[in-house]
Design a protein around this ligand. Sequence first.
Ligand SMILES: Nc1ncnc2c1ncn2[C@@H]1O[C@H](COP(=O)(O)OP(=O)(O)O)[C@@H](O)[C@H]1O
Ligand SMILES: [Mg+2]
Length: 342
Amino acid sequence: MTQRVISGTSTPEDVGLDSSLRPKHLTDFVGQDLAKENLSIAMQAASMRGEPLDHVIIYGPPGLGKTTLALIIAQEMNVEIKVTSGPAIERPGDMAAILTRLNRGDVLFIDEVHRLSRVVEEILYSAMEDFFLSWMMGKGLGASNVNLRINPFTLIGATTRFSMVSAPLRDRFGSIYHLDYYEPEDMSLIVERSSRILQVDIEESAIQQIALRSRGTPRVANRLIKRCRDYALVVGDGIISGDMAREALEKLEVDALGLDRTDHRLLGSIIDKFTGGPVGLDTLAASIGEEADTIMDVYEPYLLKLGFLDRTPRGRVATPMAYTHLDRTPQTKAPSPQGRLI
Ligand SMILES: Nc1ncnc2c1ncn2[C@@H]1O[C@H](COP(=O)(O)OP(=O)(O)O)[C@@H](O)[C@H]1O
Ligand SMILES: [Mg+2]
């Protein structure tokens, strides 16, 4: 997959940026009011009872703040956080080692929790439920059963694919938080906040430009601010004006709604090659030379959110809004002969 400037997925370029711009407290976390409110109550109740917070699963597209929220929870609960990810834990013994090292109340954050292997996941079931570990060490005659009590802890799982989290694991989380793409007003607040922290000179109209072109995704907004800052520094006087932002983003081929060349290729293909659809995911993937999974995880969610794409049982369909945005005239299907049912 080519590197897209509007991709929500973290790139090496984002690592430093992510940590310097991450809100540290729940009150600095912009938007997602319902999730914030419920989380705040759950945390206060747990503190009042003197117990660890119930296990939490956070899901939503990349770049919306899942890792940030996990770090905030640990910070607000005043506990340590151990960060790992599903694919990083290879054997049950590795999982057990992590769990036995947790102190009372600590947070274990597992990113991409849907990618835990089955055997590793099974260790978690009793750990989450009863803070108890039970697993077979070794194989064959030398195998022995190990049982261990561990400290009560909070598991925070993050995933972009909620439906791929197994049912037994899903059932063991006490609460589920869904992060959705941010509304333009929240995006403006995020752009303003990040610009302030990065100490960039930015005009109000540029804030709006970037907010609208960031696909409702804070990580994308942060990246675009940086690109605009570089552009303004080299081409202008260092101040990001509205025109400067528009020019910089046009050069990056990010359009007024945050769509890039790949989005245009995908929608254009449905419209031009498949008369607007429906077209099956695999056929579409082959026609633009992308993986079906990549289309589903990376490209489609935002197009669905914009209402440019529909998923129907017979395949993907481009909506009239997509035609308008791409400047295409909908082809009228040949009229059926009058009076005949077809
Ligand atoms: N609600 C928010 N308010 C302000 N900035 C945010 C918010 N959510 C995310 N960010 C910014 O976006 C970046 C990416 O967020 P992150 O938590 O890493 O996303 P995810 O884990 O969902 O991929 C963070 O470093 C932070 O700067
Ligand atoms: Mg993350």
